[in-house]
Design a protein around this ligand. Structure first.
Ligand code: C2E
Ligand code: MG
Ligand code: MG
Ligand code: MG
Length: 289
């Protein structure tokens, strides 16, 4: 009967929910140990600046391989780390490693910058802001070589508090980048209040560029508006030359994605910088027009 089918569906839904909840608890427990043991690794994905005709930066992306759970991806464990308050310890560890790796990588590429992803939760904590500024100062690296990527949605919780903290980071010379633009609810108008220097267009807007012209218009006007606000524009998730050509025609400043390189360990990036592959030459050709 219909009522029975409804009950069955309800049971399936419940079991699925309980399983998801159990998994979250397991991940949270393992995560606590991983934070204590410092069990995270970083991969770096380079970015190519069409404006400067060079590899300008790399993004640090955290990886966690747990003995019991196997590899757990950031899209799963970062939200759990945020809910349990462990995120800030992770962010500090990531920043410390990224600064040490950047010092090494700059021996292979003059003036290279690094970007680190922060959570909106970090940005609301005054002691965290102090420690970021202190860590960067102690590293001896120019603060302008350190970019902090933050998603727009992460900040709406308390925009005024976030803004004050971001102004302090900006005053200390660090650059702020708005990550995953196009996935949240805020507009470029709202972002004007933030001291951002860079806007990253989310890959969900970038990837359809090859086949849908209406998306092209959205990306083109986003780039134009960002430029009017004085922001540099990075496109993420660039996977092929067709999309590269569209973005170049639209005046996009920086490209990041599998077309250029997949995320890799610091030592591999050092070797990659020493001998850049053919894609880099293709982008250089385009950039020098
Ligand atoms: P994100 O900051 O937007 O990073 C870009 C994600 O897209 C990365 O996934 C990257 O590996 C992937 N990606 C890059 N190029 C391409 C491409 O051409 N095609 C496709 N399909 N994907 C591409 P990843 O490493 O799994 O990270 C996912 C998200 O997790 C990040 O998104 C970021 O929001 C978060 N995350 C990563 N590391 C950290 C961290 O250290 N701290 C915090 N708070 N969040 C992090
Ligand atoms: Mg990012
Ligand atoms: Mg992103
Ligand atoms: Mg993303």
């Amino acid at each position: 009967s219909r009522a029975n089918r409804g009950a069955e569906r309800f049971t399936v839904y419940q079991v699925g929910q309980d399983e998801a909840h159990l998994r979250q608890i397991r991940v949270a427990n393992r995560l606590r140990e991983a934070v204590e043991a410092g069990a995270f690794e970083l991969l770096y994905q380079p970015k190519y600046s069409l404006r400067q005709a060079r590899i300008s930066s790399c993004e640090a992306l955290v990886r966690w391989q747990d003995e019991e759970l196997g590899p757990v991806f950031p899209d799963e464990f970062i939200p759990i780390a945020e809910q349990t308050g462990m995120i800030t310890a992770i962010s500090e560890a990531v920043l410390a490693t990224a600064l040490a790796d950047l010092a090494m990588l700059r021996e292979h590429s003059d003036g290279l910058a690094v970007s680190v992803n922060l959570s909106g939760i970090d940005i609301l904590k005054p002691p965290f802001i102090d420690r970021v500024i202190e860590q960067v100062r102690e590293s001896g690296l120019p603060a302008s070589a350190v970019v902090l990527e933050i998603t727009e949605t992460a900040m709406v919780e308390d925009l005024e508090l976030a803004r004050g903290h971001l102004l302090r980071l900006d005053a200390a010379g660090l650059a702020l980048s708005i990550d995953d633009f196009g996935t949240g609810f805020s507009s470029l108008g709202q972002l004007r209040a933030l001291p951002a220097r860079e806007l990253k267009i989310d890959r969900s807007l970038v990837q359809p560029l090859g086949d849908r012209s209406e998306d092209r218009q959205i990306v083109a006007s986003t780039i134009d508006m960002a430029h009017h606000l004085g922001l540099s524009v990075v496109a993420e998730g660039v996977e092929n030359m067709e999309i590269v050509n569209h973005l170049h025609a639209m005046g996009c400043d920086v490209l990041q994605g599998y077309f250029l390189a997949r995320p890799m360990p610091a030592e591999a990036l050092a070797a990659w910088l020493d001998e850049p592959p053919a894609q880099v030459a293709a982008l250089e050709h385009l950039a020098r027009g």
